[in-house]
Design a protein around this ligand. Structure first.
Ligand code: SF4
Length: 198
């Protein structure tokens, strides 16, 4: 999409941004998330036919930025074709993951499907606490191993913190950014979203 196309959308209040949950299924066990309490028999996946129609409707309606999430979107069976379709429709796609299911092959598939940014949830100042929050021992180390592959594939990694608990207990949370996530650049670290302390 060219600059003049974006400027044209401004008159209509756009370009639009949509966050799309493809599934409620998740492999993690975060105590702060209701999805973690679902039995696999309760997992839902977006119907593929309807998803294709929905993506086309979003593009036609002026949406240009799409954040794909879940649950854990890497569990969605039609993820690769869905992302590729979104890209063909002119959407800039970002994908949000807890990182556990990332592999070199999956990272390359995401890049091939045109994903621009990979948002990985980070919610503790130490690797141990992060793994405990997520209920996935070894997750922080796994994320660290995947980051160079993410960058090599041409995806921009973005950390995000969905945990209000961390923000509440850290008044200067940017200063206490976990060293285990250091492969991210300072610019990207500052782009972390955080639920404000209540
Ligand atoms: S990884 Fe995300 S979707 Fe999964 S249980 Fe944790 S917060 Fe919920």
């Amino acid at each position: 999409m060219k600059l003049k196309d974006y400027l044209g959308l401004l008159a209509e209040g756009g370009p639009g941004f949509v966050q799309l949950a493809l599934t409620n299924a998740c492999n993690a066990h975060c105590s702060f998330c209701s999805f973690s309490r679902l039995d696999s028999s309760q997992w839902l996946m977006a119907p593929w036919e309807r998803l294709q129609q929905g993506l086309a409707a979003l593009a036609a309606g002026g949406v240009r930025f799409l954040v794909v999430t879940g649950g854990e979107p890497l569990l969605y069976p039609h993820l690769h074709p869905a992302l590729a379709l979104a890209r063909r429709l002119g959407l800039v796609t970002l994908l949000c993951t807890n990182g556990w299911l990332l592999t070199a092959e999956k990272i390359n598939l995401l890049a091939e499907a045109g994903v621009s940014h990979l948002i990985i949830s980070i919610d503790a100042a130490t690797a141990e606490a992060h793994d405990t929050h997520r209920g996935l021992p070894g997750l922080a180390a796994h994320i660290r191993r995947q980051l160079p592959l993410v960058k090599a594939a041409g995806l921009v990694p973005l950390p995000r913190s969905p945990s209000a608990a961390w923000c509440r207990t850290s008044s200067a949370w940017e200063d206490s950014w976990p060293s285990w996530a250091s492969p991210w650049s300072p610019f990207l670290i500052r782009s972390v979203s955080c639920t404000p302390a209540i």
